[in-house]
Design a protein around this ligand. Sequence first.
Ligand code: ATP
Ligand code: MN
Length: 462
Amino acid sequence: MTTRRIAELLRSGQPEEVVTVQGWVRTKRELKDFAFAEVNDGSCLANLQVVINPDLQNYAEVARKLNTGASVEVAGVLVPSLGRGQRIELKAQSIIVWGEADPETYPLQKKRHSFEFLRTIGHLRSRTNTLSAVFRVRNACANAIHQFFQQRGFLWIHTPIITTSDCEGAGELFNVTSLDLKQVPFTKEQVDYSKDFFGRPTYLTVSGQMEAEIMAMAFGNVYTFGPTFRAENSNTSRHLAEFWMVEPEMAFCDLEGDMDLAEAFLKHIFQTVLESCPEDMEFFNQRIDQSVLETAHNIIDHQFERLTYTEAVAQLEKANRRFEFPVQWGLDLQSEHERYLAEELFKKPVIVTNYPTEIKAFYMRLSEDGKTVRAMDVLAPKIGEIIGGSQREERLDILEQRIRTAGLDPKDYWWYLDLRRYGTVPHAGFGLGFERLVQFMTGMSNIRDVIPFPRTPLSAEL
Ligand code: ATP
Ligand code: MN
């Protein structure tokens, strides 16, 4: 039985008497004639205190082997605890020590370790309080996301990880090849991709959006939830080379509908996670960032601020403070600007819409003014951009023109244009960086600590 399940049974007033628990020892204390071990099985933050009496058949062996990090299986009786702070403990009747952990070398001794240090032991760090809470909350977020879309009849679609199109024509792609890099075949100056696995250049996907648009044109409302890759050399606390993205796409939908969905979506996730992981969220609020719970309630209870890019620029120009990067109509908002808007000015999530055409992707729908596109970014306190979305250009002639202006070849987008040729409809969608959401939810300051195995420039461990 898991420690979490035991706690649930206790709350409902019906603890089973005899249980078996399997987990890892966090600490052990040996007194004169008995021993205590704190066992954690990952199911919840709280450890279960195991009381080991000398009448246990293998007491001497157990007392010797039960060091921090050892794996155990304990069968015993749940009894009210005499100790302070604990309501229940497990009185062991039998204990199996599956695997020992040498106290001389096991790196997770009972003291606080820095997150930097924990990143160097990625194979063990999930056994710490903070990282295990993060990965439980990450799981709860994923669950809430599926729940949100499934309840609304969105189809979960699976888009390819290996693609042939650079979604936005923005570069930052990882090449996928099976060519021998020591003997790359060339035709004149060019790599001869006809000899490569697929007979053409292929990449790891940077977004499933375009494929999601294909599926939305058959099913109405769809979403993707899968890994995404960007070879951008951004060594920041908010960028990974491999991250997970959630991308809903809705047919018969405009930018307002898109914003409404994004707002309802974030509210649902926060609400659900507060309900399903109250202890973990309390832990983050106490140990990581004292504004975590306030932020969560702020999201759930308040309407997001909505303003246009032009209005946002005006606000930034009025702001009585110096920014590192210039503020000027036509330039992209930098993270410091985004954070100023969300964190300081409005103190809640902000949706900025109608960005200048030049700084956004070609597929975003041109506004009536001809200068801006129907884009929207959701900016969150502490994080900056957490969601980026838009209404898509559904008009064939305008889209073709925008592809050309972007320096791309409409021939490469024949299928994307076909969607506008056959049964086109207004449609919209957005992309949410899943790790940014988990960061936002937990208050963890570095994105490397909210994914089990982070990939960043010059770093890919395990
Ligand atoms: P940023 O300006 O922060 O780099 P972006 O404009 O490149 O973001 P989009 O292309 O709009 O981001 O991607 C959609 C979402 O994916 C973003 O809102 C963000 O939450 C997330 N995201 C983008 N790049 C990364 C990354 N390298 N690591 C983790 N999440 C990312
Ligand atoms: Mn980026």
